[in-house]
Design a protein around this ligand. Structure first.
Ligand code: FER
Length: 357
């Protein structure tokens, strides 16, 4: 894979971040009655604040979501090359009348890892047929999220990006699977900013590889193998995307970690102390490993939640000699602008490879 370090703008966030809005969240955070209660401060997080973690902070320009206003904006012409574009073109994210968009549906699978049934949301192509086989993207949500985090936010434009690019013949029609990434066997365990509460996120690799992927592969008409299996995630999902990719690089041909959360390597940020999933020197592909064709790490320059941690991941991977693409999304916060950009560029790289390999 060609190494491309695209740093189009200087990151505005230099120190680490503050908590969402004005609520200061510290360690010892638990969830009760859908609100997160900090036991030491007694502060509660609203559902809106939890969603901001799970699927991104709502941005002002999300108010402009109607088809007309997007279509009347000046259209850049799409050119298929392997260059990163910071902004997902509106022609790709716009809801079009000539494209067959399908809705998310919900399913369950039995997880040996967790010893229980677990849910997932899925986008099947509009004309899904058992006579065809489709590549699959596994898309991982942020902290406090679940399998509904992406499906409940129409502003992330995931349906549009995938279906539009497929309708234009750039990519294959693709199945998108949005799992619940909190892989715990203990129904009492809840997400939060403590090392113990983060263990189920790190356990998701086992649920994904041993339970969910086999279930999807035997219950849907999918193409298998790394060339047809993609992995992406936002924030906590971005962190686990990187972790899973480094652990099992042979499984995923195309990977994108968007606004990845801290904790892969030991650190202390404004939320908690992270013991780390590995030491800094271990943040690399194993010698001789089959690596993804495309491994993107990206983040907004104004990310108020994960700050410069994604850039640190990029620097560590570079130091440790592991190929990846790094870029920043100018002006994006921990939000859908970063999500749209990352997913668009992932599919653009897939489109490019489809034509050139
Ligand atoms: C942290 C900072 C951010 C952290 C998680 C996040 C577990 C995740 C944010 C998100 O998913 O939106 O220290 O620790």
């Amino acid at each position: 894979m060609k190494k491309k370090y695209i740093s189009i703008s200087i990151a505005l966030m230099t120190a680490f971040m503050c908590a969402c809005g004005t609520t200061t969240i510290q360690e010892d955070t638990t969830v009760a009655d859908n609100n997160v209660v900090n036991e030491s401060t007694g502060l509660e997080m609203t559902e809106e604040e939890m969603n901001a973690f799970a699927s991104g902070i709502a941005t002002e320009n999300e108010a402009v979501t109607d088809t007309e206003s997007e279509q009347t904006s000046v259209e850049e012409e799409f050119v298929l090359n392997n260059e990163i574009e910071e902004k997902c073109p509106s022609s790709v994210s716009t809801h079009r009348t000539d494209v067959d968009y399908s809705d998310y549906t919900h399913g369950t699978y039995y997880s040996e890892t967790c010893g229980m049934d677990r849910g997932y949301s899925i986008i099947l192509p509009g004309d899904y047929s058992e006579d065809k086989q489709y590549p699959v993207l596994y898309l991982l949500h942020g902290i406090f999220g679940n399998e509904y985090s992406f499906s409940s936010d129409a502003n992330n434009k995931i349906r549009e990006i995938v279906a539009n690019m497929a309708a234009d013949g750039l990519i294959e029609e693709t199945i998108v699977v949005c799992p619940n990434m909190y892989a715990t066997a203990d129904p009492e365990m809840q997400p939060g900013f403590t090392a113990e509460q983060c263990v189920p996120y790190d356990n998701f690799i086992n649920d994904l590889v041993n339970d969910l992927m086999p279930y999807i592969e035997s219950n849907y008409s999918v193409l298998t193998g790394r060339e047809n299996t993609y992995l992406a995630g936002f924030s906590m999902g971005g962190r686990e995307t990187i972790f899973i990719t480094l652990q099992r690089p042979e499984l995923f041909g195309y990977v994108c970690a968007i606004s990845a959360a801290p904790g892969i390597v030991p650190t202390t940020d404004g939320f908690m102390t992270h013991p780390g999933q590995m030491e800094e020197s271990e943040m690399r592909f194993a010698d001789g490993a089959v690596e993804p064709n495309v491994f993107i790490i990206c983040c907004g320059t104004k990310d108020s939640v994960v700050g410069t941690y994604p850039k640190q991941y990029h620097e560590l991977l570079t130091t440790n000699g592991s190929d990846h693409i790094w870029y920043e999304v100018t002006g994006a916060d921990h939000d859908n602008n970063a999500i749209k950009s990352g997913l668009y560029n992932l599919f653009k790289q897939i489109a490019y490879d489809k034509v050139n390999n």
